[in-house]
Write a protein that binds this ligand. Structure first.
Ligand code: GLY
Ligand code: MN
Ligand code: MN
Length: 435
């Protein structure tokens, strides 16, 4: 568990960055209705969670930086015996102060009345516009009222600064406790993939494998960090395939992309394996190409290397492999130069990982690919997908989709593969499936 002290440290770090003339407003995610009065399971906004650890809806944090440190005010739901009987316990304003360490807390119903006072002697507001247009409208309304009244008698904010740049820079670099949470999330996802490989048999339905993944997540008190992709045969070529309702056929591969969420932190693992437990010749050949691309790319995950070097390395190895297998023709340099590989290697090789699966943080700085630094965590996930309609390719390859995805932390030394607990070599997969 991330401790109250770490959340407090994050808040003071953000207040130091914003400076004493600022006020920072961060709002909880809204509850989302699925249909009529049934809600989707609630998931807190990641920025709000990162700064508070507070997972209730209808809440707002106001950070008031001072020369040194600052004050944090939480607006949240009040205790309510009847509502708590329906929906479960609430921290209430007292609990927010006692359990979460905010300096003061007020009922969220008083936010509109109290907020203008908190803003009026500040020069700028850090806030992410766009998440809640109604609130943004109010905020802009208060600012214009201030402007009309000010006449230099008191200072009023005249600037709304996007919060995401500074906050997301902080989130990009994971602390030791965050990496520990991510390792736990990885352990659970590895167990889910292992179970899927062990139970998989021809004739089963993708839905049954989906259920096995959820069984592991739920029994470990985790959520799925995104809807799992369970794609048998050519379904693996649909990148966001989530219907997971087809029969798993003997002789096909199965691609599973599934991760757990532990304490808010995501893992994101993909494995591809033969439904009957034995890779065919062509499946082996293409799998070895993707695996070689992934291993070479992981080697590039080291301090000081630009982020896009990971992608470029994976693409080079994958393209070379596809040419060797006759899937692509022409020279390697031409295929890279003209980007012919994009017919079958369609997505990037990875993304930042953290509280969000596609986590926050810039990929470019001053027009250049970002240089990797210790504390960053990313996925490395090359994939080759040969659509069934790819008539230019020999039919033995058509309908084959292979991706291998691991989660990798940048360290001072070599890459730390935090999802190394689930096998990916052909021999290891076949041995596990036979066990
Ligand atoms: N599971 C989403 C991704 O691999 O990026
Ligand atoms: Mn994935
Ligand atoms: Mn991914």
């Amino acid at each position: 568990m991330i401790k109250q002290k770490e959340y407090a440290k994050r808040r003071s770090q953000l207040m130091d960055i914003a400076g004493s003339g600022s006020v920072i407003i961060v709002r909880a995610a809204a509850e989302k209705i699925r249909n009529r009065d049934a809600a989707y399971p609630y998931r807190q906004d990641s920025d709000f969670l990162y700064l508070s650890g507070f997972s209730e809806p209808e809440a707002m944090m106001v950070l008031l930086p001072q020369d040194k440190g600052g004050e944090v005010i939480m607006f949240c739901r009040e205790r309510d015996a009847l509502r708590e009987m329906w929906d479960g316990p609430r921290a209430g304003t007292e609990g927010a102060v006692a359990q979460y360490g905010f300096d003061e807390a007020f009922p969220i119903s008083e936010a509109a009345q109290r907020l203008p006072d908190l803003l009026h002697d500040r020069e700028r507001i850090y806030h992410d516009l766009g998440k809640d247009p109604e609130f943004d409208q109010n905020l802009i309304g208060w600012l214009s009222e201030f402007k009309a009244k000010t006449r230099k008698k008191f200072l009023a904010p005249d600037e709304i600064v996007a919060l995401d740049h500074s906050l997301h820079e902080m989130r990009l670099f994971k602390s030791r406790t965050e990496i520990t949470a991510m390792r736990k999330s990885a352990r659970v996802a590895e167990a889910a993939h292992r179970r899927a490989m062990q139970v998989c048999r021809p004739g089963m339905n993708e839905a049954e494998i989906h259920a096995e993944l959820l069984h592991t997540f739920t029994s470990n008190q985790c959520e799925a960090s995104y809807v799992p992709i369970v794609g048998g045969g050519a379904n693996a070529c649909v990148l966001h395939y989530i219907s997971n309702r087809d029969t798993l056929n003997d002789g096909d591969l199965l691609l599973i992309d599934a991760g757990a969420e532990y304490d808010g932190y995501a893992s994101d693992i993909t494995r591809t394996f033969p439904i009957n437990g034995k890779f065919s010749g062509p499946q082996k050949d293409l799998y070895e190409v993707v695996l070689a691309a992934q291993l070479k790319a992981i080697d590039e995950v080291r301090e000081g290397n630009p982020w896009d070097q990971v992608h470029e390395t994976a693409v080079r190895v994958a393209t070379e492999g596809m040419i060797d297998l006759g899937i692509m023709t022409g020279s390697l340099e031409e295929a890279l130069e003209e980007e012919h590989f994009k017919d079958y290697y369609v997505h990037n090789t990875g993304h930042w990982l953290g509280l969000d699966v596609h986590d926050v943080g810039e990929y470019e700085v001053d027009g250049h690919s970002r240089v990797l630094e210790p504390g960053m965590v990313l996925t490395v996930e090359p994939g080759i997908y040969i659509p069934e309609t790819a008539m230019a390719v020999n039919e033995i390859w058509r309908g084959m989709g292979i991706r291998i995805e691991d989660n990798v932390a940048v360290t001072r030394d070599e890459a730390d593969v935090i999802t190394s607990g689930i096998c990916k070599s052909i021999d290891d997969i076949e041995a596990l499936m036979a066990s």
